[in-house]
Design a protein around this ligand. Sequence first.
Ligand code: PA5
Length: 473
Amino acid sequence: MAGTIPKSLRLDVNNLMADTLGGGYGVDAGAVERWRPRAEAALKAVQSSRGQGWLGWMDLPAQPESLLDDIEAMAERIRLNYDAFVLLGIGGSALGPICVNEALRPPRYNELPKARRGGPRMYFEDNIDPERMASLRAVVDFRDACFNVITKSGGTAETMSQYLYVRDALRDNPRWRDQVVATTSGVKGLLLDIARLEGLKTFVIPEGVGGRFSELCPVGLLAAAVGGADIRALLKGAADMDARCATPELWKNPALLEAALMAVASVEMGRNIQVMMPYADSLRMVSNWFVQLWAESLGKLVNRAGAVVNAGQTPVGALGVTDQHSQLQLYSEGPFDKVITMMKVETFREETAIPRAPEDYPGDIRFLGGLTHSQLIEAERFGTEYALTRAKRMNQTIILPEVSEYTLGQLLYFFEMVTAYMGELLDVDAFNQPGVEASKIATYAKLGHPAERYAEARSALAAAPERDARYII
Ligand code: PA5
């Protein structure tokens, strides 16, 4: 309709293609055709199993109204009663909430006066650095804070150590339990046991929803609603993207097309790195969220038949325009091993005009006067795209008409679907993370955890040779 902005996310892959970059540098039509049968099989495998097994997250766009009502009511209670909301979680139990809150809340939200915020200050504690832990006490009055402890497995050492720290700090308040919300499995796990023991308010992470696919369940929805977001619009965006990503026609299905192109780029063309570069501060943490999704899902030792494949395209986060001044040199002239994915926002929620400069200023500075910063940021994004394309570097752009709950829901769900299809195309299990387990076991063994399951690791650590002093200088 004339005058209205289409709110659908768009994917512009022109600059991935051989038609644009030239043969040898871009994906040619023959490669897409070679991968088409595998893409069709991927679509069939994912769509025919939707909601089942580890595809439980595909049900999240259509969650029961009663659950959404419960989340919104809890969020409203937190918004009205607390000065701070503190999320305790790590990995998939933190990155989604961080990325959605950064995208949807005003910039510098915590520093705004309470009347402008309309809700509590928000802190996302996804590390256990003691300096950071201690500093939280310096800026948050724990008596006036609500803590949302999130762990799907229920036993993650980082998160549970934070819970113990908070619980201890609150111990003088006989009503401390009112200040804690537990988000965890509804079936098993230590946090579930503790929540039952203490009588904590609990939200359930559905079975079949892995950490990095959990943003659209209570893991992310509660924090989003506390931050003032319309969670129903977020889910509507995801639902609409879900419909687009279920379409059988490759060139009309953005996630399937993107997965097929990334498979060609990485498997056939050695583009083993993907740089995620939004041109909007609000989307900066979408890169971090994507990095985990892509890395943990697709970086795998073996394929589903057990053969060693060492799969995965390395994701790298960048921010436009900031990182034009740190990374772009490499991307334009370094190895041909990357795809650069930019995100473009068509309409920013705020605008700042660049004032006219005095007449006696140099011409290059006076030229900027009268433009807006959104014009400048888009011109810089265009400049990057132009330079990369001229240097025959594969690049693509995801276009968001605006940053809103609806477009963000589309964006996150799009990436989840690309990841699911990509797992099929690479023939790896996109939903496990065995490479993370080894470090968790070694951590407990190092701390001397007495359980039998750490015995082998304890012995291995005890038998390990001393570090060679020659190599420590
Ligand atoms: O994606 C994942 O599954 C992981 O990143 C987990 O979210 C992360 O390890 C934290 O696990 P948990 O939620 O069980 O504490």
